[in-house]
Ligand binder design. Structure first.
Ligand code: PXL
Length: 281
């Protein structure tokens, strides 16, 4: 069984980061090892959240794993609360990198043109440094704009997206995938660039005119889980985009508690079934 290390916070309530990564990666038949960087009462879009930083646990935990000779098939990162944690994660990449494993970075730090409350531009540049270590990065347009010092635009054309992708590739990541990319009216999806071949790819779904918290984390977890199941990069992104879109649609059918995130639990059977079909195709 493949083993993924996922490094991000635990937001006790609010369906994001580890509380979605763990069930989704497990449901895809992949072992999920977690490294919680902080415990928060909720994610940071709630007012008055509590936070206990766990940075002082990162080195003792990973030193123990080193002594045990633990190896990971992938190391995935999401929301990291502080710049110090980003430095610690860089060290984890150096320590646990093997010839074949995958480093997958989701520089989760903002949306809709704004950084989340805990972050500033300096933090964004620090996250750009982390991307240099990665095989795959999956920022949204906001995160890409902050990391590359590009103006954020609500409406844009393919040339703007390609420019962002080129600038992201120049950060050093092998494959860059921009999420939340709308290439035509009423559509949304991903556009990526393989920096080795210079090839672009894109995948679009119908756009559902509602946004929910945590969907970026859901996308990343499924994309990483799909790659661990041997799907190609393009198929992995397609599955992640389809699963996220379907989950948003299902959530909208039942409009109770939308601020807790999406009903991803309801769509896990769809995920497992579709993954199996794609593996057999
Ligand atoms: O979904 C990203 C995320 C993860 N973790 C925490 C957050 C957020 C987004 O706001 O606040 C703590």
């Amino acid at each position: 069984m493949k083993r993924v290390l996922t490094i991000q916070d635990i937001s006790c309530l609010g369906k994001c980061s580890l509380t979605v990564a763990l069930p989704l990666i497990s449901s895809m038949g992949v072992e999920a090892v977690i490294l919680p960087t902080a415990v928060l009462s909720t994610h940071t879009m709630f007012k008055g959240f509590t936070v206990k930083d766990l940075a002082d646990q990162i080195v003792p935990i990973t030193e123990h794993w080193k002594k045990e000779g633990v190896k990971f098939d992938a190391i995935c990162t999401g929301y990291l609360g502080t710049e110090d944690e980003i430095d610690m994660v860089k060290q984890i990449f150096r320590d646990f990198r093997t010839e074949n494993n995958l480093i997958f970075v989701d520089p989760a730090m903002g949306d809709n043109g704004k950084l989340y409350p805990a972050f500033d531009e300096h933090y964004a540049k620090k996250n750009a440094e982390l991307c240099a270590f990665a095989d795959v990065i999956v920022p949204n347009i906001t995160e890409a704009a902050y990391m590359t010092g590009t103006e954020y635009r609500d409406s844009y054309d393919e040339a703007y997206v390609k420019d962002l992708l080129q600038k992201l590739a120049a950060l050093g990541a092998k494959t860059v995938v921009l999420t939340g990319v709308s290439l035509s009216e009423g559509k949304t999806g991903v556009m990526g660039l393989d920096s080795a071949t210079g090839e672009y790819f894109s995948y679009q779904n119908d756009r559902i005119p509602k946004s929910y918290h945590g969907t970026g984390d859901i996308f990343s977890s499924v994309a990483a889980g799909a790659l661990m199941n041997g799907l190609s990069l393009a198929d992995s992104m397609k599955l992640a985009a389809d699963y996220t879109a379907r989950t948003i649609a299902v959530t909208m059918e039942n409009p109770s508690d939308p601020w807790y995130g999406v009903d991803f639990e309801t769509t896990i059977p769809y995920l497992v079934k579709t993954l199996e079909e794609m593996k057999q195709a």
